[in-house]
Write a protein that binds this ligand. Sequence first.
Ligand code: XMP
Length: 514
Amino acid sequence: MEIKNEAILVMDFGGQYTQLIARRVRECNVYCEIKPYNITAEEIAERGYRGIIFTGGPNSAYDDKGPKCDPKLFELGIPVLGICYGAQLMAVTLGGKVIGIEDNREYGKTEIEVNPSSLMFHSAKAKNICWMSHTDRIEEVPHGFKITAISKDCPVAAMEDIKRNFFAVQFHPEVQHTVEGQLYLRNFLYNACGCTADWRMDSFVNDTIEYLREKIGDKKVLCALSGGVDSSVAALLVHKAVGKQLTCIFVDHGLLRKDEGDQVESVFKEQFDMNLIRVNAQERFLTKLAGVSEPERKRKIIGEEFIRVFEEESKKLGKIEYLCQGTIYPDVVESGVGQSAVIKSHHNVGGLPEDVGFEGIIEPLRDLFKDEVRKAGIELGIPEFLVFRQPFPGPGLAIRIMGDITEEKLEILKDADAIMREEFANNGLDREVGQYFAVMTGIKSVGVMGDGRTYDNTIAMRAVTTSDFMTADWARIPYDVLEKISNRIINEVKNVNRVVYDITSKPPATIEWE
Ligand code: XMP
């Protein structure tokens, strides 16, 4: 989708912060794209990038086996910023020298002294804290470069060649611990690359609606709406563009949280007047799932049944040319060291096969990170409870009920989970904690209620803090909040006599129990 004027290229050399660099650039209101390190100079010139950023990476720049860039890109007249490995690669490629350091390797917070009259450190404090993580260092700068920052153990913490617009920093400006990192990046983007910060959510939303209107013309579009933020924002963009030419199918498998199905229906049908078909398929799914305990089997059954229901419904609608999907940027990004994107295939239960007979796929969020999708959602007027919703797995409550799934267990879990969510919101924890939910553990235990013995269900509470859902820590929820939730669940939900709190991080546990 060619809708932005200024783009920065982030060349990925396998660094762990590649996506973070891209997000930081976007936070400066500059559009950027991540591409593998082996992109050619011709491709770069063709796309018309305003600047290039080399990411870090685990290799040594002097090692032949490490990833290299096309050296011709230095002849394109495009400003380049190298970070960590990227800085060293720039040094080696342009004739400088990089060596391994046996002693005094730098990890973590480090004080640097910068030259504030350099372009990169314009308006910066002369001394500041940055984040280092390297076992090699630049020993000699290439011809034309000046050293612009030093640290105790790093004689070239930054260098620049102002004539050719080449910049390099040994530290990581993108991480939070580099106190003025965002300023350094802005200096590169605005002052070296001449970017004007034209990447804004209001213009993205308007441009995208315009683009979609033109692309779709008088054709029809179908969308599988789950109520999650991605599919909601994608559908609404298409709706704003072509109104009732869009039909959304919302497959309610009955495994959603309490009242969720009704909320989705009311927002999209009543607030936005969208063409929404809600398929109440709870019975169908529960029949297929009857007696099934194995988690992966549950996922498979739900995924397959979802596609079947969707196809049946869409056939009733006659010819539809386009399928709209809520794919976002992290799903499509290619990694730098030769592997393809890690797509959470088994996680994408709502994912539809691309060959279901459409002329084309429309993915209006392909260029956005999650936080940008949320901003677009707000811009479009989607209620905050939907936009800032915690992630919810496609197989829904099915993977939060250990063992087989029955209607009765579902009801217990929905009620317990609703109490937990309500108390998190009452105590301002709902935006702070990455994900939180109740689990039907499948364990029965003995209790005493009134004067009698009980033998009933155990509910577990799970709450984690996480930035990427790849690793997570259990959330330190105040005892009085835990106590309140526990008391309320025992008092208000029938057939529960014990509540426990899960204090396992990920790894070794996963966030979901199944
Ligand atoms: P785990 O349990 O793997 O979860 O630590 C990481 C994140 O992924 C979500 N998750 C899923 N999402 N289908 C989904 O759409 C799934 O089958 C699935 N399993 C886990 C989980 O909620 C968490 O956000």
